[in-house]
Design a protein around this ligand. Structure first.
Ligand code: NAD
Ligand code: MG
Length: 398
């Protein structure tokens, strides 16, 4: 039967890769809704090609989208706006699959709405899970949603875990003979930079990842290693383990996407060329497999695979994320919000690269932790951390 897909953040890097897969399998998938925050002309091109029933944009863009769709003879596409529109399409009864590929906290409420509507949710938007952790996971269980990881590392771990892993009770301990999760990290573009060199790196350099082509925010996060910090938190929630069971391994080639170690000495790794189409196709079709254009791995070309421990002196963001996960409560929400502000400021040349983790640390030290017991508490914590981090940025810059 044809599966109806809603793509939140369709104009982004993950959104584009998702379309690439859907385009290859028109007999299996149709596009119900697409959403974008900017780049409306690109959204219109997507509408021409995939003819969704609904498109969602910010209220300020509705008029120009309507005009462009009319010119393209696509006036039948319904236009919705803002967060209410995103939530409406993510939870619409006609939708089977939701690709959560908005970047940052803006994706939280639509992703949660998809989970609460019991959809198959393909989770790229790691920030949403970092912010809402236990609440999101509980909602998935309560509403029978299937939350499948798109992040390449988590998708790899998912593939290396025992098949019945998710049927066993969750208590923070690895189960079914699993001993340790090895979360791989490329190390980003500045893996071999000295601290001195890191002080003066530019946004353009930070956005040039050696192995992956991604949106700006995640590219900067990969360069600071905050991406791995967010992924550590993501792994703890998805796989119901405490942070001490997740070890970060720097593997610069990004061929092994992560590993699971078992008590009998086995280590299972998932490998492949670094292309997000593989984890997207996996999450779309699981437990089946979909053909993609990704070429099979040629180990004679990739004959060197290297591994090293992360350096948290040069890249303190990873340490901060681990501490936030240990602290629990709203600490991961505060970490994420402060990081979003600091990264945006760095991208606008208002902050130095090494000041990003400093802003995050100041925010975590200044704002009191408390239980993340409701979505209101989480949203308030997010707002408070943003306001505080913004103040820190202004003081740092002056
Ligand atoms: P991107 O910046 O390329 O795209 C982001 C998308 O979200 C765009 O469609 C944009 O219009 C939309 N968007 C941005 N701000 C919004 C807002 N305030 N409200 C509604 N929509 C908004 O980002 P990306 O690289 O595609 O990453 C998307 C998510 O997937 C991120 O959470 C990222 O961490 C995660 N992810 C990305 C990759 C990758 O290879 N790109 C890999 C793993 C995980
Ligand atoms: Mg990743």
């Amino acid at each position: 039967m044809l599966q109806s897909v809603c793509i939140l953040g369709v104009t982004g890097s993950i959104g584009q890769s998702t379309l690439k897969i859907l385009q290859q399998h028109p007999e299996k998938y149709s596009v119900y809704a697409v959403t974008a925050h900017s780049r409306i002309a690109e959204l219109v091109e997507i509408c021409k090609q995939f003819h969704p029933k609904v498109a969602v944009v910010p209220a300020a863009q509705v008029d120009s989208l309507r005009q462009l769709l009319q010119q393209a003879n696509l006036a039948d596409i319904e236009i919705l706006c803002d967060e209410a529109g995103l939530i409406a399409v993510a939870s619409h009864p006609e939708v089977d699959v939701v690709m959560a590929a908005i970047v940052g906290a803006a994706g939280l409420m639509p992703t949660l709405a998809a989970v609460q509507a019991g959809k198959r949710v393909l989770l790229a938007n790691k920030e949403a899970l970092v912010m809402s952790g236990d609440l999101m996971m509980q909602a998935a269980r309560d509403h029978g949603a299937l939350l499948l990881p798109v992040d390449s590392e988590h998708n790899a771990i998912f593939q290396c875990l025992p098949q019945n892993y998710f049927e066993v009770e969750r208590n923070g301990q690895p189960k079914l003979g699993v001993q340790q999760i090895l979360l791989t990290a490329s190390g980003g573009p500045f893996l071999n930079h000295s601290l001195e060199q890191l002080h003066s790196v530019t946004p353009a350099q930070a956005c040039k990842h050696p192995n992956w082509s991604m949106g700006q925010k995640i590219s900067v996060d990969s360069a600071t290693l905050m991406n791995k910090g967010l992924e550590l938190i993501e792994a703890c929630h998805l796989f119901a383990v405490k942070e001490q069971f997740v070890t970060v391994v720097v593997h610069p080639q990004s061929i092994i996407h992560s590993m699971v170690q078992y008590v009998d000495g086995t280590t299972l790794a998932q490998m492949g060329n670094p292309d997000m189409c593989t984890p997207i196709a996996h999450a779309l079709a699981w437990p089946e497999r979909l053909q993609t254009h990704v070429p099979p791995l040629d180990l004679f070309i990739h004959s060197q695979l290297n591994f090293q421990a992360p350096d948290t002196t040069r890249f303190p963001a990873l340490k901060l994320a681990r501490q936030a996960m240990q602290a629990g409560g709203i600490a991961p929400t505060l970490l994420n919000a402060a990081n979003e502000i600091a990264v945006a400021s760095f991208l606008q040349n208002q902050l130095g690269f090494t000041q990003i983790p400093e802003i995050v640390e100041q925010t975590l030290n200044h704002l009191a932790n408390r239980a993340a017991d409701s979505i209101e508490t989480i949203l308030q914590a997010d707002q408070n951390a943003r306001a505080f981090a913004q103040q820190c940025v202004i003081q740092t810059g002056s």
